[in-house]
Design a protein around this ligand. Structure first.
Ligand SMILES: [Fe+2]
Length: 158
């Protein structure tokens, strides 16, 4: 089975929030592990357990991010972004439950479809919507510490 596509971790995925970044790294590593296992055997008796653990960790990670949103008043400061972020987390959970059910009933190609969805969703989410939350938290922390955020335009003029 040709499922050994791996997510290459890069600094572009960093949000600047240590807790988010370490959890993202764990998610990427775990997903790569599942990919490797599936490339080795299309009938992996551990598939169910491994994907269940991965999804449980994803939900735990969403809770962490949503707690940060609450702590930093994200919904009040950026209601549109916050609403889109929460909707993305909910949409992910719904889609994954459906794909996982398909995989469990042995629907052809369902396990690969689940894996592909997890890979593309996770990378896209980390690179876009999580970056906005990371920037917001970092800006807030800098302001609270009395540190001025670096001015990109000033840097370019030098
Ligand atoms: Fe998120």
């Amino acid at each position: 089975m040709t499922t050994s596509k791996r997510i290459e971790w890069s600094d572009a995925m960093l949000t600047g929030v240590a807790e988010m970044d370490s959890q993202h790294h764990i998610l990427v590593d775990t997903l790569n592990e599942v990919s490797t296992r599936m490339a080795e055997s299309s009938v992996d008796p551990m598939f169910d357990r491994v994907t269940r653990d991965l999804l449980a960790y994803a939900i735990y990670h969403f809770d962490t991010e949503e707690l940060l949103m609450q702590q930093y008043g994200y919904a009040e400061a950026a209601p549109g972004e916050a609403a889109r972020h929460l909707a993305a987390h909910r949409g992910f959970a719904e889609r994954v439950v459906k794909l996982r059910d398909d995989a469990r009933t042995g629907k052809p190609g369902a396990a690969v479809a689940l894996l592909r969805f997890l890979e593309s969703w996770l990378v896209d989410h980390i690179m876009t919507i999580d970056q906005l939350l990371g920037e917001f938290v970092c800006r807030h922390n800098h302001a609270a510490a009395g540190i001025q955020a670096p001015d990109r335009n000033a840097d370019e003029l030098r």
